[in-house]
Design a binder for this molecule. Sequence first.
Ligand code: NCD
Length: 304
Amino acid sequence: MRHLMNPLDFSVKELEDLFTLTDDIMASPEKYRHRCDGKILATCFYEPSTRTRLSFESAMLRLGGQVLGFASADSSSAAKGESVSDTIRIISCYADICAIRHPKEGAALVAATKATIPVINAGDGGHQHPTQTLTDLMTIHALKGSFDNMTVGLCGDLKFGRTVHSLINALKRYSNINFIFISPEELRIPGYIREDVLDRNHIPYREVRKLEDVMPELDILYMTRVQRERFFNEEDYVRLKDYYILNKDKMSLAKKDMMVLHPLPRVNEISVEVDEDDRARYFDQVRYGVYVRMGLILTLLELI
Ligand code: NCD
């Protein structure tokens, strides 16, 4: 039985197979319409979500399966004090596969150790968000065709942004990837990622404060929201929340084929005027996210 906790749980070859499968699902969805007949997906979300939870549910329904679950901790027995370990044992009796989101780092891993069904980490605190990374990679695969030879700028809350941590982990395995981290001092990429992931693997990176200065170099710009819910005080959040706002002027400095990605939800960090720009790809990302989750469910349930 396989779980997905971190993008590195899949080898580069396995990811390639997943993207090939996802291409086929997108090209011939009717072939997959009954692939999960009789199967049940549980979505156990202890933290708010729109895209991740609903895209998992949409993916399972499009495969012919069914879904059950809860969308907040207060509507589950967590409100009565039940542990994640106990809840997942229960869920293992009700469903064939489970996607779990939890505010605590490592909660999905705890669930995986007690589960008798495949568990997917749908976000654990400020740590990892591997299925957003599958979505990001699938978007790059579909629109650029390759993961090699890119300068990738990650901008915003690099400290608490779990999507950023997972994406760096995944991209570091391709060749000639150069990272530029654009953040205020307070929201720099965590030390453990700089040391254990980047320095140890000799991955080139720079840290800068101003987005304008690096715009012309970027092949991908990955914007992120300042993660209000992970701040210790509101004052710091208010001071940092509008530090970066991507607008038309800044876009005019970028390459003609640069791609802007964002895991969403967006707050103010991308001005709506950018949505019309052909290089804005964050709404396409959402569509790829459903198909790649269909591929993931089939892979983990060994139904391919
Ligand atoms: C992200 C998350 O939950 O980490 N959202 C998502 O799943 N698409 C990003 C965010 O909340 O800022």
